[in-house]
Design a protein around this ligand. Structure first.
Ligand code: AQP
Length: 334
């Protein structure tokens, strides 16, 4: 049976990039042929320092964001990673399969470690092996992600293939990345060459799912753009990354193609486009923010939902983990 798995790090407030690149699609994939499993990857978040109290809040807030964006804990398995110990155990097994050189080649590691590669956590380097464990502990067949996760998914496929080859089995599927739509890489509002990110030091670079309507409108008004009018089709947006980004955001929010959006705004400048985008963004995000606040008013209910999700996740993961250990020759006597 096809099975979809994906996750988000609760390493800060979620952004419009996380919503369009991930959450909105997670919700849309429910109710189809595939089982859907969604995870708040808190063990990934701690690969860089997290204040414990803030992390606890961010995990609950991310759960609220998932549900507010339409992930239904009855239709999908929704839980936080650290409550299902199979993830960490499988990650260790994969640490013995993956090669150190593969890890050093990951661009996210290079970006996050910078020049300081000797003094980052070992977990930051091993991050993709844990991600492979998240996916393969459920034998997931497809993973919806943004463009930035493509390289990590290739590594997951490499780990699955090497495991299957080394042990002469077909234990793990070669998982397909689902990188679809116009919002697979939402860019920073301040710099069209950088992705919108929850850990960017500039709050003006991103729209947070908790931002007020005024804050959203102001950030869009101040977003970096050029002075040219909008062209009639996307071909005219070459070498205009900031303009392209705003058009893509509009298209993703409106469930339209960028060409369709441009046909409406052809010849107009950003003085006209930005207020229209702000209005659309506020109208789309306001109900989500409101629902998030409702969920956050009852943290005990969030905890109950995550607890229940983790029990269901555990039931799927544990037999796959046990079988993997058996294949590797790890003796079990009870
Ligand atoms: N800007 C983006 N556009 C489209 N998709 C995005 N995603 C993240 N940013 C964008 C997708 O959201 C999912 C969860 O990402 P993550 O939280 O696991 O980590 P990340 O990709 O590293 O996201 P951030 O926001 O940049 O987090 P920090 O700043 O903590 O590193 C993934 O599917 C991702 O593709």
């Amino acid at each position: 049976k096809p099975r979809i798995f994906s996750g988000i790090q609760p390493s800060g407030g979620l952004t419009l990039g996380n919503y369009l690149g991930a959450l909105k699609r997670f919700a849309a994939l429910q109710g189809g042929e595939a089982e859907t499993i969604y995870c708040l990857v808190d063990l990934h978040a701690i690969t860089v320092w997290q204040d414990p109290e803030t992390l606890r809040r961010n995990i609950r807030e991310a759960a609220a964001a998932f549900m507010a964006a339409g992930v239904d804990p009855r239709q999908s398995v929704l839980f936080n990673q650290s409550q299902v110990s199979a993830h960490a155990e499988m990650a260790w097994l994969f640490n013995t399969v993956a090669r150190v050189g593969w890890m050093y080649r990951m661009t996210q590691f290079k970006d996050k470690a910078g020049k300081n590669t000797e003094n980052v956590s070992l977990g930051l380097l091993a991050y993709p092996a844990l991600m492979a464990a998240d996916i393969l502990t459920y034998q997931a067949t497809a993973v919806p992600v943004g463009e930035d996760q493509k390289q990590h998914l290739e590594l997951t496929r490499d780990i699955a293939a090497k495991f299957n080859h080394d042990y002469g089995v077909e234990q793990f599927p070669i998982t397909e990345p689902l990188i679809e739509g116009v919002a697979t890489r939402v860019m920073s509002l301040r710099d069209g060459s950088k992705k919108m990110s929850k850990s960017d030091p500039s709050d003006a670079s991103r729209i947070n799912l908790t931002d007020s309507a005024d804050a959203i409108a102001q950030k869009i008004r101040k977003a970096r753009t050029d002075a040219d009018p909008l062209p009639g089709s996307v071909d005219g947006l070459k070498d205009r990354p900031e303009a392209r980004n705003l058009v893509n955001i509009y298209a993703a929010l409106a469930d339209a193609t960028p060409d369709h959006v441009l046909s409406q705004f052809e010849g107009q400048g950003f003085g006209a486009f930005k207020p229209a985008l702000a209005e659309l963004a506020v109208a789309s995000l306001e109900p989500i923010t409101r629902r998030m606040n409702d969920y956050m008013a009852d943290p005990a209910e969030i905890d109950r939902i995550l607890g229940e999700g983790s029990v269901r996740a555990d039931e799927i993961a544990t037999p796959i983990l046990e079988r993997t250990k058996e294949i590797m020759g790890l003796l079990r006597t009870r």
